[in-house]
Design a protein around this ligand. Structure first.
Ligand code: PMP
Length: 361
């Protein structure tokens, strides 16, 4: 068996210890005589799994008691509609910061349900920075204010939250969930697709302040109403059972092997520091993002030549560093270095880049 260093933006690497444990438990989960994939979601044994997943998430993220945790499906993309259907129901207005394609999709979808306002955008420079925000320009009576916390494609992240006062802040944290501590109490809603830092695709996590539940538009499909899932402990219908189970194992790994999100953050800063440090000194490669807004998770970089970029991606792949091709809208390369990417993966990638730089100078 030869495992590669996988720099995919998602689905992406999972901790090897988690995969090994899942393999051990594949045929017989803890003496139940069944795989988790086979068991009824209404069984006692599965109730234990979903219950542990929720309590571990609450513990690791320090989620206050007045927030519900919902395990849903439909990806973060469904939240682009679910958030407005449930929240845009008082003034019917919401504010958006356009920091990339996902933020823009959230804005466009909300505009189908109410008055969606753009308060700032970094589209003028291919989303390579997080725009400065002036609270005076925010809509005073907005039902929510939406940001995409970490911009997977462009490699930027918010390091300072907008001051929205009483307007609930809603954040897409798909590509940064569990990468560092986050003060949940500052948000009305947090949502994320699990397939980057938390588990396999198929699970979408929503963390929502309780008072924001129960105000959905009349047209809201039952499955799109947060109330439906909050009232039924994410068991209104069959949840994504296996993805929740793997997420439970990942959360256990973060808590017990890594030591929690403060430790996770230190490791992620170390990994990102190695890569950015090299990029800042290289004569061939350079990062595409304004340094102060650099993501810890997604690191886009380029050379000055498309041919050299293509040669690098090809040779890197042959050497066991896969999925380094950048998103088509940015070009070049992107290394996604989520929680499960070991530090050796980044060190070896940098060694490989140095060698490539020498050979192609
Ligand atoms: N938001 C962000 C920040 C993302 O990175 C992605 C997926 N790459 C999405 C939303 C869409 O997620 P999904 O595929 O789960 O709908």
């Amino acid at each position: 068996m030869k495992r590669v260093y996988n720099f995919s933006a998602g689905p992406s690497m999972l901790p090897e210890a988690v995969l090994r444990r899942a393999a051990d438990e594949m045929l017989d989960y803890q003496g139940s005589g069944q795989s988790v994939m086979e068991m009824s979601h209404r069984s006692k044994v599965y109730e234990g799994i979903i219950g542990s997943a929720e309590s571990l998430l609450r513990e690791v993220m320090n989620i206050p008691d007045n927030y519900k945790v919902l395990f849903l499906q439909g990806g973060a993309s469904s939240q682009f509609a679910m958030v407005p259907m449930n929240l845009m129901t008082k003034s019917g207005k919401a504010d958006f910061v356009l920091t990339g394609q996902w933020a823009t999709k959230a804005y466009k979808e909300a505009a189908r349900y109410g008055e969606a306002n753009v308060v700032a955008s970094s589209k003028d420079q291919t989303f390579c920075y997080i725009p400065e925000l002036d609270p005076a320009t925010f809509t005073k009576d907005a039902d929510y204010f939406h940001i995409c916390m970490n911009n997977t494609i462009y490699g930027t992240r918010f390091t300072k939250l907008p001051e929205t006062g009483d307007v609930p802040l809603v954040a897409d944290i798909s590509s940064c969930i569990l990468s560092e501590p986050i003060d949940v109490s500052k948000f009305g809603v947090l949502y994320a697709g699990a397939q980057k830092n938390m588990g396999p695709a198929g699970l979408t996590v929503v963390i929502i302040r309780e008072d924001l539940i129960g105000h959905a538009m009349d047209i809201t499909p039952t499955m799109f109403n947060y109330q439906t899932h909050a009232d039924n402990g994410s068991m209104f219908n069959t949840p994504p059972c296996y993805s929740i189970y793997i997420s439970m194992l990942v959360l256990d790994w973060i808590k017990n092997t890594i030591g929690g999100l403060e430790e996770m953050k230190k490791l992620n800063e170390k990994k990102a520091g190695i890569l950015y440090g090299y990029l800042d000194n290289s004569k061939m490669f350079r990062g595409t993002v304004v340094p102060k807004d650099r993501s810890l998770m997604n690191v886009p970089f380029v050379t000055d030549s498309d041919e050299l970029n293509a040669k690098f991606v090809k040779e890197a792949e042959a050497a066991g560093f896969v999925n380094l091709k950048g998103h088509r809208s940015v070009g070049g390369m992107r290394a996604s270095i989520y929680n499960a990417m070991p530090i050796e993966g980044v060190e070896k990638l940098v060694e490989f880049m140095k060698k490539f730089e020498e050979e192609n100078a």
